[in-house]
Design a protein around this ligand. Sequence first.
Ligand code: ADP
Ligand code: MG
Length: 693
Amino acid sequence: MRPDILFPLFAQVTDLPGIGPRLGKLIAKLAGERVVSLLWHLPAGLVDRRYTPKLAEATAGIIASLRVRVGKHMAPHNPRQPYKVICHDDTGELTLTFFKARADYLLKVLPEGKERLVSGRLERYGDELQMTHPDYILDPAQAAELPDIEPVYPLTAGLTPRVLLKAAGAAIARAPALPEWIDKAYLARQAWPGWRDAVAAAHRPAVEADLLPTAPARQRLAFDELLASQLALALMRASQRRRAGRAVVGDGRLRQETIAALPFRLTSSQEQASLEIARDMALPTPMVRLLQGDVGSGKTVVAFLAMLACVEAGLQAAMMAPTDVLARQHYATMETLARAAGVEIALLTGRDKGKARAALLERLASGGISLIVGTHALFQGDVAFKDLALAVIDEQHRFGVEQRLALGAKAPTCHLLVMTATPIPRTLMMAAYGDMDVSRLTEKPAGRKPVDTRALPSERLAEVVAAVGRALGRGEQVFWVCPLVEESEAIDLAAATERHAYLRAKFGVKVGLAHGRQKAAERDQAVADFAEKRIGLLVATTVIEVGVDIPAASIMVIEHAERFGLSQLHQLRGRVGRSDRPSTCLLLYQAPLGPTAKARIRILRETDDGFRIAEEDLRLRGAGELLGTRQSGLPDFRLADLAVHGDLLAAARDDARIVAETDADLAGPRGEALRTLLYLFERDAAVRTVRSG
Ligand code: ADP
Ligand code: MG
């Protein structure tokens, strides 16, 4: 249960004075819907209002605060012209300018003949000194309301700086003094403020340096966030270790048969990974291992061999994929492998309903089925296994910690193998997984040729279309990727649909379309048509990014390559070059390219090494964007920036490990405070793993 002391922070933002439902919605969209969300919404800049010159000597181009006497109002004849109010001090004249102004309002706040304090950006036109839409217009009696230095918050349409400033102020005022959770010696060494002071300081920058991620208050808050996340991971890991696992030792017969039936030889890193996994699973503590390998490195077969070990031991294994498309694809691949070994494998997705589903669930519960592939539908409430010994989670970065816990509840002694195609830099590995054993597939299967990668400005679209036409004529399979991001989803979708129509008009019915807003069945059909060569060209948004394996595809066109991140481009490119045929990736970009986009394309052309690409991406873009937090399963950090706070992350991890080893129940002297920390950062699930939590 969340401690009482945190209640004021977890109230809705609409609880704050002056925040009604309309503003509440905007704030929720911008920062989050709780009061605490506003605390995490830190200023991105500051405005210094301490420049108070006389008008005669005022410098234009900066923010000034001026005491003036209001003179004439000059309403425009033409409503497109500005409304002007002439003001004076004893040295000169200032024109206040308002566009689309309401005269009645202006007459009220700027009554002729009265003194007013105005603050805003000064500009000079000829010898006219102007201030357009002052930030503040105050009666001199209210002078105290004019801040010397004002934080500037990131905004969203419809929210004004003043509203957000007030709301943030109210949120800070509600922040209680919380018990100190940081190790005393470490805190003293860092000379950081306490939590409440850090919040207040981070929201009240006095100089530009206070805005940097290296400012003490910001470091402290970043560390808090990292500690919460690392502690959550460490506690869950500890609770996993406390559970007795079950040794899975098969006789190797099914695995040998399968390997013998493969149309290729395992690479040595596939062999190595299989060995590491088999060794872990043979121990009586649950395995938690990450199988990390670039796209096309052949993770599926490694996972399948691990699953077979369970069948040899008379137990069950399940593989969970993030989407229907991928679950089906894994099923298709593994079905072939399973048949070679004479084992049955089942598929369960959200689309299975009614009798067939019920029958399947029964066989799962009775042990009639040993192997199953599915989506998260596998871990719904009514799904029960007879004896699940291994869960494989593909593309784990789409699954959050909560799902991992749900899985733990379903099969407490289960071994866990998570696979990711995203080559994650060390820092991010730590952030996302804490301490986890890792097997890496470092070589590509033999016979793969590097993808010929070229970048072209979008003006050369016609050439690309012509080349694609020739390739289709030769019977090649072409992916055509259009970007789609949430912020401009409608426009992006329209662009993808339009491109599809255009290419279809050019090439006829052999052109399909797949995107995330289609009905799942329709999308799967398009992908299947492409995989089975009923169509030659598939226009797709990034639904094809992760995992889709269509070895026949040899050409990939990516439109607006400048809008994709480096790792994402690498992932996309990995969809081609999966056979021994030469393949091409064409990056169409909108000129002119900024320096980052240029660097991205250069790196991509230079290397095919996913790990190098990931490191470069982290360097170029910062961690938040690297995996695309939305789909990353990476904790969505509000305060920490992994590109900058790598050392804090390491410190947080070490501290979390010590706590998990020495006081996993959080019963010691820091325990109460650490619990508060976990709740503060909404790691409630982790607290539940604590026995006395
Ligand atoms: P990923 O690691 O991206 O999930 P997959 O497991 O989908 O890769 O494998 C990609 C393709 O490579 C599949 O068609 C698979 O059959 C093939 N493959 C896997 N291992 C090897 C190997 N050792 N040699 C040749 N091809 C392989
Ligand atoms: Mg895969």
